[in-house]
Design a protein around this ligand. Structure first.
Ligand SMILES: Nc1nc2c(ncn2[C@@H]2O[C@H](COP(=O)(O)OP(=O)(O)OP(=O)(O)O)[C@@H](O)[C@H]2O)c(=O)[nH]1
Ligand SMILES: [Mg+2]
Ligand SMILES: [Zn+2]
Length: 360
């Protein structure tokens, strides 16, 4: 399961050339934000490691001359920095993150699932085919805004349609704060078009459905074909879930790339700020409604409904905003309920243990 350290960090990450030399930690994305959280003593007794891969059976961690697998933990995800405690690896301290992407885990138990930490740019990938859905792009964009990550929409497979412009226009309409890049992921285009975000020491992530070309883009940036890719189904353009784990890869210039498995479902949770940022235009209108608690449904003096009537605001966009807000409120509430239930249960267990200890 362990991997050769030298393979992860390509020769380019050390070689003198067009870019500065990176030491082994910098080549893993270490920077002052993390260094500030630790003392010199910490550094020698508990060396920093970054989680570069999440398996079902463990967390693959790399550091300066360290290559190890830690037991899985729900509170740690790919991209995290840990201070590796050699005597108690399971309780290694997790450093504060610059960013965290999470969602409501699929299935019926409403747990949250950590997707990735310490990401600088999220490439939200979709294709010029049936995968393209504005509502889905908005979901990912809200997720990125919530996590304070720069989102960039990447529209792939422009070579497969006679006129990709309609897709590009629809992607641009998602938000004027988000750059849109449209390309054929298989050639040199990703290397030229995505480089502004792929700087040494930065970590970028590819997110999106299965089959949209996330691994193809990652291979293009890595200048290799090391990540497996597979053709999509012809009838409905759906991918075959080729990538099965979240894994960081190092670009020759020292930028780190996170390839992720296609997500079947992306349910937002605790993302109200991200949704509000994405739909800032609706927030601005809502501030002008006559009633403070206006629900923008039938109320008189509703600036949101007026904007729809006047053709300034798209009614579908308003509908999607409502849906995301409702979903987020529901998931966040059930998560809060779960957290307090877990807390109460923990308290009860500790109480019982205390009674037992006293009796002993
Ligand atoms: N024509 C064309 N094919 C592309 C493009 N991007 C990706 N493909 C093809 O689409 C298929 C799926 O690409 P992948 O890179 O495996 O997709 P993925 O997003 O990593 O999919 P999962 O790992 O399943 O999540 C492969 O056959 C790619 O060669 C593109 O821009 N143009
Ligand atoms: Mg893939
Ligand atoms: Zn209103």
């Amino acid at each position: 399961m362990t991997r050769d350290y030298s393979n992860f960090l390509p020769r380019g990450a050390y070689a003198a050339g067009s870019h500065a030399k990176l030491d082994p930690l910098q080549a893993l994305g270490w920077h002052p934000f993390f260094a500030q959280q630790i003392s010199v003593d910490d550094l020698s007794s508990t060396p920093p490691v970054r989680i570069v891969e999440v398996h079902r059976s463990g967390l693959h961690a790399l550091g300066d001359d360290i290559d190890t697998v830690l037991p899985p933990r729900a509170d740690v995800t790919v991209g995290d920095w840990l201070m590796l405690d050699p005597s108690h690896p399971r309780s290694s301290r997790v450093l504060e993150r610059t960013s965290l992407i999470k969602r409501r885990a699929p299935g019926t138990d409403r747990q949250e699932q950590l997707i990735a930490a310490n990401i600088d740019t999220a490439f939200i990938v979709t294709s010029c085919n049936q995968d393209f859905k504005v509502a889905r792009l908005e979901r990912y964009a809200a997720l990125a805004f919530e996590a304070r990550i720069t989102p960039v929409i990447v529209v792939t497979k422009t070579d497969l349609v006679p006129d990709p412009q309609s897709y590009i226009d629809a992607a641009r309409a998602v938000s004027d704060m988000i750059d849109v890049v449209a390309l054929d992921a298989r050639g040199d285009a990703p290397r030229t078009e995505l480089t502004p975000w792929c700087k040494p020491g930065k970590t970028v992530a590819f997110l999106g459905s299965s089959g949209v070309g996330k691994s193809t883009l990652a291979n293009a940036l890595l200048e290799s074909q090391s990540i497996e890719t597979r053709t999509i189904r012809e009838d409905d353009a759906k991918g075959r879930h080729t990538t099965t784990r979240r894994e960081l890869h190092a670009m020759p210039n020292g930028c780190l790339i996170l390839d992720t498995p296609g997500m079947r479902e992306l349910q937002l949770t605790d993302a109200a700020d991200g949704i509000n940022d994405l739909f800032a235009d609706i927030q601005d209108l809502a501030a002008r409604c006559r009633f403070n608690d206006c629900q923008h449904e039938t109320e008189p003096g509703c600036a949101v409904l007026e904007a729809v009537d006047e053709g300034i605001l798209d009614a579908h966009r308003l509908g999607r905003w409502r849906k995301l807000m409702a979903e987020d409120a529901f998931n966040s509430a059930s998560l809060a309920e779960r957290r307090s239930r877990d807390k109460a249960f923990g308290k009860m267990v500790r109480g019982v243990k205390k009674i037992k200890d006293v009796r002993r």
